[in-house]
Design a protein around this ligand. Structure first.
Ligand code: ADP
Ligand code: ZN
Length: 214
């Protein structure tokens, strides 16, 4: 059986950072739809050009685009033992389609919980590496050298959608469309809630424990 972890939570709760760590420890690929979409935008593909319009406003990219990306990715060879999903699913339609693919596997959903002011504060201080996508926080996880990625030496940038007004819209979209998934997975008895505002190592070790328990 494949091991599948779904990271759920508002933007800025730490899904990406936690996902990276889990991916290393559990040796499962991390599939971030946000990263995959940003990659298509950067490469200026047809799909990327469409997605960009939505992403800049903090709106969801249409399901058919996202689903095509995810379907392609989870069929790849490195996903045969399982994978970690970050940023997908993000509405009920995506969740239901995903469920048809994975209902026979060992699935756990981790809900990283955090309140709005914390999220806005965290996102406005977030910087990412333009090359490798590594994530920093100006106060909590600063790079060793100002504005430079520890891992690859490239420049750090602020995502266009981390500007405060776009962040507020992303939160609104999250409450309207994504938060209903909490009940959806709670009813299936596979939802585990963790405070997203704790220490990274503690969050990660709690999730590892959850993952190990059958
Ligand atoms: P965050 O979770 O911090 O908001 P992401 O990097 O996951 O950031 O997503 C950035 C943007 O990419 C979203 O605001 C949305 O436009 C788009 N996106 C990512 N995943 C999905 C998805 N599953 N469905 C629709 N749009 C998505
Ligand atoms: Zn880098």
């Amino acid at each position: 059986m494949k091991k599948i972890l779904i990271l759920l939570g508002p933007p800025g709760a730490g899904k990406g950072t936690v996902g990276e760590k889990l991916s290393e420890i559990l040796n499962l690929p991390l599939i971030s739809t946000g990263d995959l979409l940003r990659e298509s935008v950067k490469n200026n593909t047809d799909l990327g050009k469409k997605a960009k319009i939505y992403m800049e406003k903090g709106e969801l990219v249409p399901d058919e685009i996202v689903l095509a990306i995810v379907e392609g990715r989870i069929k790849e060879d490195d996903c045969k033992d399982g994978f970690i999903l970050d940023g997908f699913p993000r509405n009920l339609n995506q969740a239901e389609i995903l469920w048809k693919f994975i209902e026979k596997e060992k699935v756990k959903v981790i809900y990283l919980k955090a309140d709005d002011e914390f999220l806005v504060q965290r996102l406005s201080n977030r910087r990412i590496c333009e090359k490798c996508g590594a994530i920093y926080h100006l106060i909590n996880i600063p790079p060793k050298v100002d504005e430079i990625c520890d891992k690859c030496g490239s420049k750090l940038i602020q995502r266009q959608d981390d500007k405060e007004e776009v962040v507020r819209n992303r939160l609104k979209v999250y409450y309207n469309l994504t938060s209903p998934l909490l009940d959806y997975y709670r009813k299936k008895n596979i939802l585990f809630t963790i405070a997203g505002d704790g220490k990274l190592e503690e969050i990660v070790s709690e999730i590892i424990k959850i993952e190990k328990n059958a």
